[in-house]
Ligand binder design. Structure first.
Ligand code: DX5
Ligand code: ZN
Length: 218
């Protein structure tokens, strides 16, 4: 079944544990932890100490860490120690050092994802598919929650899905940005295994129907 990753970027940070717990109890599968450095993207979010506290408060949750930072190899080990289960970095941040960053994250004990911005051709990740646990297709320009879904993401997911099938790989596909009850099912149909949703979950008066639709249940 499609998994739902709740992006805590849209949570109430004064009540982070309760806000996450509420969604986990409603059936969200993973917590998506967006890290922004004000350099790779024009926004700053939060760092490893926040993950460490949240992990201590909710130790059974799976933490899907999305690094939107210029130097992922330098900071990934901090996030691994803080409780990350999987760490995704951006190809555009380290175009010449992708294998080295994959290795660093693996050595830190985490599963590894590689993400691409909307303008990066999907073929750019093909050489690394075998070495990855996951590819994250951005369906907005990274940096902010609450943006509109870019429909091209659907074909991009389908192209990655075709390539992984052709090569018989188990690499997971994740999509992030503007995912809601309408756009999520389209992405799942195109091959997305994990759907990231921030505002559609945390800002919904009742997230239960959104979760059902994203799970493909309603
Ligand atoms: C954007 C982040 C997303 C963001 C998604 O750069 O990577 O995870 O929080 O938020 P929504 O679901 O509101 O588009
Ligand atoms: Zn994200």
């Amino acid at each position: 079944m499609t998994k739902i990753a709740a992006s805590i970027l849209s949570a109430d940070f004064a009540d982070l544990k309760q806000d996450c717990l509420r969604l986990l109890r409603e059936g969200v599968d993973l917590l998506h932890f967006d890290v922004m450095d004000g350099h790779f993207v024009p926004n700053i979010s939060y760092g490893a100490p926040v993950l460490e506290s949240l992990h201590a408060a909710l130790p059974d949750a799976f933490y899907d860490v999305h690094l939107m930072i210029s130097d992922p190899a330098r900071y990934a080990p901090d996030f691994a120690r803080a409780g990350a289960g999987l760490i995704t970095f951006h190809l555009e941040a380290v175009p010449g050092a992708v294998p080295r960053v994959i290795e660093t994250i693996r050595e830190a004990g985490c599963r590894v994802g590689l993400s691409i911005r909307p303008g990066t051709p999907v073929e750019a990740v093909f050489p690394y598919l075998e070495a990855l646990d996951l590819v994250l297709v951005m369906s907005v320009e990274p940096g902010f929650g609450g943006q509109a879904f870019m429909p091209e993401a659907v074909q991009r997911l389908a192209a990655l899905d075709a390539e992984r099938r052709r090569r018989n790989y188990r690499t997971l596909l994740e999509v992030d940005g503007g995912i809601n009850a309408q756009t999520g099912p389209l992405c799942a149909q195109a091959g997305a295994d994990w759907l990231v949703a921030g505002s559609a979950l945390f800002r919904a008066p009742d997230p239960a129907p959104v979760i059902r639709l994203l799970h493909g249940e309603a």
